[in-house]
Design a protein around this ligand. Structure first.
Ligand SMILES: NC(=O)C1=CN([C@@H]2O[C@H](COP(=O)(O)OP(=O)(O)OC[C@H]3O[C@@H](n4cnc5c(N)ncnc54)[C@H](OP(=O)(O)O)[C@@H]3O)[C@@H](O)[C@H]2O)C=CC1
Ligand SMILES: CCCCCCCCCCCCCCCC(=O)[C@@H](N)CO
Length: 307
């Protein structure tokens, strides 16, 4: 039942940087053929070179295709066609292209909501829509969505980002119910803060509150996150999370998500009350961070006026 990666064709959107690049490396190390999809061609070529260092046989190929996954469905469909002509049908699609912008609700441009929804949500719909028919016909396939811990709870500063990552969960649940009889398995990953170029970029404009709340959970290495995601995708696990906080969050927010094993279901049933209790303390501490920051700002404003 686990997907065999040797010789498999894995498409990774956002594969030129950060978590996506590490996922590509992880799959390549296990013998897969890779298609990297992202916009910037220099970054794609750079990543290709880096990935090729990890080859385990001389047949392996890394193909690069430049496209914006969020703009035009027919373009994305074409890219998938091209990739399939060169490397055969897609066995695994990893939707990792995405971005984060944070700020208070009233400070975020309305266009930011549109942008994040189109990159993070539609940018996952289009490639998935383009590979699904072939996967169903072949009765083989894995589709991975990269959400975020911020797709499991709403956080200060993430009104635009969290909603785009929650949307992915709804898509994944509905899709999994449709494709399970065809032996196609969907995985949703919920990484914590991870040390990537995208994370460094995001931190330049992150509100203090968002930073303090996020620091509840420590920053992960992209290699570690990638390893877990690839492992869960191969196994066909619906949920992919990391660390004890990741485990608690996934268990707590399982809702009506499909269950992968009896053990997983039993663990959810048994831990639910305990994790909700722990969560109440976290929520209390988040509220107090927000209140403290508000009072601090008010104080410094008064100090500015009197100075
Ligand atoms: N790092 C973190 O803390 C966390 C990240 N995540 C999620 O993981 C994913 C990867 O994040 P991370 O590795 O940090 O990101 P990076 O910014 O390091 O990499 C993003 C990748 O996506 C590509 N990309 C971005 N927009 C588009 C687009 N419109 N069309 C095609 N490709 C695109 C980029 O290439 P190019 O710009 O050339 O197109 C790049 O390859 C994102 O979905 C993010 O939300 C989730 C939780 C935590
Ligand atoms: C039982 C309950 C346990 C509760 C634990 C709560 C932890 C909350 C911290 C949330 C951190 C959000 C990280 C978002 C990362 C991200 O997506 C951006 N970095 C994107 O770049």
């Amino acid at each position: 039942k686990p997907l065999a990666l040797p010789g498999a064709h894995v498409v990774v959107t956002g594969g030129s940087s950060g978590i996506g690049k590490c996922i590509a490396i992880e799959c390549y190390k296990q013998g897969a053929f890779i298609t990297l999809v992202a916009r910037n061609e220099d970054k794609l070529l750079q990543a290709k070179k880096e990935i090729e260092k990890h080859s385990i046989n001389d047949k392996q190929v890394v193909l690069c295709i430049s496209v914006d996954v969020s703009q035009d469905y027919s373009q994305v469909e074409n890219v998938i066609k091209q990739a399939q002509e060169k490397l055969g049908p897609v066995d695994m699609l990893v939707n990792c292209a995405g971005m984060s912008l944070s700020g208070k609700f009233e400070d975020l441009e309305v266009s930011t909501f549109e942008r994040l929804m189109s990159v993070n949500y539609l940018g996952s719909v289009y490639p998935s829509r383009a590979v699904i028919s072939t996967m169903k016909e072949r009765r083989v396939g894995r589709i991975v969505f990269v959400s975020s811990q911020a797709g499991q709870l709403g956080l200060f500063g993430f009104t635009a980002y969290s909603s785009s990552k929650f949307a992915i969960r709804g898509l994944a649940e509905a899709l999994q119910m449709e494709v399970k009889p065809y032996n196609v398995y969907v995985t949703v990953a919920y990484p914590p803060d991870t040390d990537t170029p995208g994370f460094a970029e995001e931190n330049k404009t992150k509100p203090l509150e968002t930073r303090l709340i996020s620091e509840t959970v420590s920053v992960c290495k992209p290699e570690q996150v990638a390893k877990q995601i690839v492992k869960d995708a191969i196994q066909g696990n619906f949920n992919s999370s990391i660390g004890s906080d990741g485990y608690m969050l996934s268990s707590l927010t399982c809702g009506m998500a499909p269950v992968t094993s009896i053990t997983e279901g039993l663990q959810q049933v048994v831990t639910m009350g305990l994790f909700r209790t722990i969560a109440l303390f976290y929520l209390g501490s988040f509220d107090s961070i927000v209140r403290r920051c508000m009072m601090q700002r008010a104080k410094s404003e008064i100090a500015d006026k009197t100075a």
